[in-house]
Design a protein around this ligand. Structure first.
Ligand code: THU
Length: 133
């Protein structure tokens, strides 16, 4: 599956966002090792701190479904006028299941607006990486 196809799944997932407090919809789509796609959306709460980001929702859904290895992640933020990157908590959460080379795509419109990798978002995440320097 192409990254653009994965991004389209993230875009569809954003439509299911429960973001009644911020009105900021986010959709995430994970391409799993077996080729399946698992999506997530942000789920807000009246106790604001309980809000879950779309990325962590997708990861939790994938792991709950028995998928622990991911090939790519796409994120769509249709209410922003620029691509929005993962928060620090989501970077840490994702790093548990992602190789540093895993591609991550972001966008707010019809197609991907920016690309990066897990390793660029959270460098020096393991003792091995530190040992290599
Ligand atoms: N949010 C995400 O779901 N993912 C991100 O990468 C950034 C922020 C959500 C949390 C909250 O529901 C809304 O966006 C505004 O911060």
């Amino acid at each position: 599956m192409e990254l653009e196809d994965l991004y389209r799944e993230a875009r569809k997932a954003a439509e299911r966002s429960y973001s009644t407090y911020s009105n900021f919809r986010v959709g995430a789509a994970l391409l799993c090792e077996d080729g399946s796609v698992v999506t997530g959306t942000n789920v807000e709460n009246r106790s604001f701190g309980l809000t879950i980001c779309a990325e962590r929702t997708a990861i939790a859904a994938a792991v709950s479904g028995g998928r622990r290895k991911f090939r790519a992640l796409a994120i769509c933020t249709p209410d922003a006028d620029y691509p929005v990157c993962l928060c620090g908590a989501c970077r840490q959460f994702l790093s548990e299941f992602a190789e540093p080379s895993m591609p991550i795509a972001f966008g707010h419109g019809d197609s991907i607006g920016a690309r990066t990798t897990m390793g660029d978002l959270l460098p020096l995440d393991s003792l091995h990486e530190l040992a290599d320097r």
